[in-house]
Design a protein around this ligand. Structure first.
Ligand code: PFF
Length: 467
């Protein structure tokens, strides 16, 4: 380790603190809200398989490299990239990785906060007893009523942004980290409880077959792009959030094992959420798997409205979803804030105010895309869909691709070996070769397939060859 590697930030007490923070960042709306609905929109089974393959072949190798970069640079992603680029003597173009993350974080948080606001609203609905005895049609109506009121959506969006900024400004990540460490296991238990009820109330065999029957004919170029993008989104990689957290990592920590733990927990929560939601969807004539972003909010209330102590469960569930979103949202804005603070141009308070306001304003676009301006902005995408597509399917995979190439091809292998502390040669080379070859080639291929499909360009597609 070189001497100027000691950064301005303190180091976390142990690798468990990193695991907590990284899991807090990874487990969020992506797992509970987004994964089930995009699975439904993309036909189920084969999509899930592609997503799992992307986690394994792209997500985990890239996440390891992102932690290594952060740990080596020990500063915000923008400055870490400056340091690393200087060290390896690469062109300035690579600084772009840091900036890409700052911009992607702001755009993601802008819509993330609107959706977290829905969870806050449903928390209130559960308390006030509005979910009592609700069926599919009632749940649909409740959700449509919420979307139709921009004022209400803005209110909850503002509330969630204030919550996020409060933590970011106070810099009390550790307080939230501790809360999350207690409450995440509760969320897990609750998902298992929900799964049990949903097996009893709903059509579990149909749901299971839907999620795990690998019917490749349902795959399109766009759906594999969405699956890959989601692997990045759900692990919080490709935009520097994990890089910042890696910057606070203690000197000797087994990065590989640590990353595997985080990825396993993240994937587990997503699969559990899917298995709890789809049985209810298949048992209700009023809800389709392809319902879209409202899927979580129209399916689970049916369970809460019809099981013993359902309102209590409902309240607890939406509270925990909000909390999971909260611990993710602070990591979305951290690359921007840490950059500003390091430049000495502003304090956390000023950064929080400026970036918070910017994000909030951008979020209004998402709010209105569910009511006043639901029409397309570009192509078929409305504002929310565009923000989501641009970040999840373009910016994060692009950031991840650049990270894989930078670490795999430009960084010194001996340094990587010592940083990674992997006890076995075989494991190191498995990761190293995956990062140099498999991950970048896969990302590129999926990009090409997705782009060709979206633009309607005909070419010799590998998916067509496979199906
Ligand atoms: N991983 C979070 C989720 O699944 O909800 C979302 C997210 C957080 C994405 C932080 C990117 C990020 F940097």
């Amino acid at each position: 380790m070189n001497a100027n590697n000691k950064g301005v930030h303190e180091v976390w007490a142990s690798r468990w603190t990193f695991i907590l923070a990284a899991t807090g960042s990874a487990v969020g709306l992506g797992n509970i809200w987004k994964f089930p609905y995009i699975t439904g929109e993309n036909g189920g089974g084969a999509f899930v398989l592609v997503y799992l393959a992307c986690i394994l072949l792209i997500g985990i190798p890239v996440m390891i490299s992102e932690v290594v970069m952060g740990k080596w640079g020990r500063s915000s992603p923008v400055h870490t990239m400056h340091k690393l680029v200087d060290e390896v003597g690469a062109p300035k173009f690579w600084h772009g990785i840091g900036w890409l993350g700052v911009i992607a974080g702001v755009i993601i948080l802008s819509y993330y906060s609107v959706i977290a606001g829905w969870a806050l609203h449903y928390f209130g609905q559960a308390i006030s007893g509005n979910l009592q005895g609700i069926d599919g049609a009632g749940a649909n109506l409740l959700f449509e009523n919420l979307l139709a009121k921009p004022g209400m959506l803005v209110f909850y969006h503002s509330l969630f942004m204030l919550m996020t900024m409060a933590v970011v400004i106070a810099g009390v990540t550790r307080g939230l980290g501790r809360a999350v460490s207690v409450l995440m296991p509760v969320l897990l238990v609750l998902l298992v409880v929900l799964l049990i009820f949903s097996i009893r109330l709903g059509d579990f065999p149909a749901a299971f077959a839907y999620m795990f029957a690998f019917d490749f004919s349902a795959l399109t170029g766009e759906s594999i792009l969405v699956a890959m993008g989601h692997a990045f989104f759900t692990l919080s990689i490709g935009m520097g959030a994990i890089m910042v957290y890696g910057a606070y990592m203690p000197e000797h920590a087994p990065i590989g094992k640590t990353v595997l733990t985080v990825a396993a927990m993240d994937t587990g929560v997503a699969l559990l959420a899917g298995l709890a939601i789809f049985p209810l969807v298949f048992a209700s004539a009023d809800i389709e798997p392809a319902t879209g972003p409202g899927l979580l909010f129209v399916s689970l209330p049916i369970a809460f409205g019809n099981i013993p102590a359902g309102l209590l469960f409902g309240m607890l569930f939406f509270l925990l979803v909000t909390l999971a979103a909260w611990s993710s949202s602070i990591s979305l804005i951290e690359p921007a804030i840490s950059w500003l603070v390091e430049t000495g141009k502003g304090t956390r308070l000023q950064g929080g105010l400026v970036f918070g306001l910017l994000t909030w304003l951008l979020g209004l676009g998402t709010v209105f895309s569910f009511n006043l301006f639901s029409g397309p902005v570009i192509g078929n995408f409305n504002f929310f869909e565009l923000a989501d597509f641009l970040t999840s399917s373009v910016m994060l995979p692009l950031g991840g691709l650049l990270m894989a190439l930078f670490v795999g091809w430009l960084m010194n292998k001996t340094i990587l070996r010592s940083e990674l502390d992997m006890d076995r040669d075989r494991v190191f080379y498995l990761w190293y070769n995956c990062l140099r070859w498999v991950s970048p080639l896969l990302v590129l291929w999926v990009f090409l397939e997705g782009l060709a499909d979206i633009l309607g360009i005909r070419w010799l597609s590998l998916i067509e060859l496979l199906t």
